[in-house]
Design a protein around this ligand. Structure first.
Ligand code: SF4
Ligand code: SF4
Length: 209
């Protein structure tokens, strides 16, 4: 008798479990589908803002980036993904200044560790979340990040030019003065070496008037 009771008890439990499962299935059956239809949904697809897809130089609205070509990112990159090529330019005050020539980034070897971004002293770098980077040739993964034409620095005002010219003149005069002093000191030392020992006053002896 007991076994018949157990039979119907377990049958009831099974049916309850079946109904519970079918309820979940039924709910999912009528729930709107969330399948991403890529690439048809390219325009509306949401990609997390912080997703690291590709390194880029940040340009402002005037087409300028903030890279000062210091090379910190290149040195910090653990696998040589970055190459910073520089050039020397002359500023209006006659000084030499290092500037960025080409910023080369190999997406194919990047591990997206973000060391380059966090170590950049001018916050010139960031990762875009543009994930569509598939290509058929590896060489196409090597990108020049400073892709816009270089915006020339603003023309210096007449006052700035005059100040730069004065600074340049002062530097030249200071250098000439230092060179003359060095030459005079060298000449005095040479003359001192040529003076015969007999003519030199003995230590502690008063110099002849
Ligand atoms: S991106 Fe930043 S760290 Fe790299 S060279 Fe330019 S300024 Fe230096
Ligand atoms: S994210 Fe890491 S691996 Fe990629 S370029 Fe920057 S430092 Fe190099």
């Amino acid at each position: 008798m007991g076994s018949v009771k157990d039979y119907f008890s377990s049958l009831g439990t099974g049916i309850a479990s079946l109904v519970k499962g079918l309820t979940v299935t039924g709910k999912e059956f009528v729930t709107p589908k969330i399948t991403e239809k890529y690439p048809e949904n390219r325009e509306t697809q949401h990609v997390a803002q912080r997703f690291r897809a590709c390194l880029e130089l940040i340009y402002d609205k005037d087409g300028r980036h903030k890279c000062i070509a210091c090379g910190t990112c290149e040195r910090n990159c653990p696998n040589g993904t970055i190459t910073v090529e520089t050039k020397m330019v002359e500023t209006p005050d006659g000084k030499k200044k290092k500037k960025l020539d080409r910023y080369i980034y190999d997406l194919g070897s990047c591990t997206f560790c973000q060391l380059c971004v966090t170590s950049c002293p001018t916050n010139a770098l960031d990762f875009s979340n543009d994930f569509e980077q598939a290509v058929f040739t590896r060489s196409k993964l090597v990108k020049q990040l400073n892709y816009l034409p270089e915006v020339p620095d603003p023309e210096p005002t007449p006052e700035e030019l005059a100040a730069a010219e004065a600074a340049k003149k002062a530097r030249i005069e200071a250098a000439m003065k230092a060179a003359a002093e060095k030459k005079a000191a060298a000449a005095a030392a040479a003359q001192s070496d040529e003076t015969p020992a007999a003519d030199k006053p003995a230590e502690g002896e008063a110099k002849p008037e």
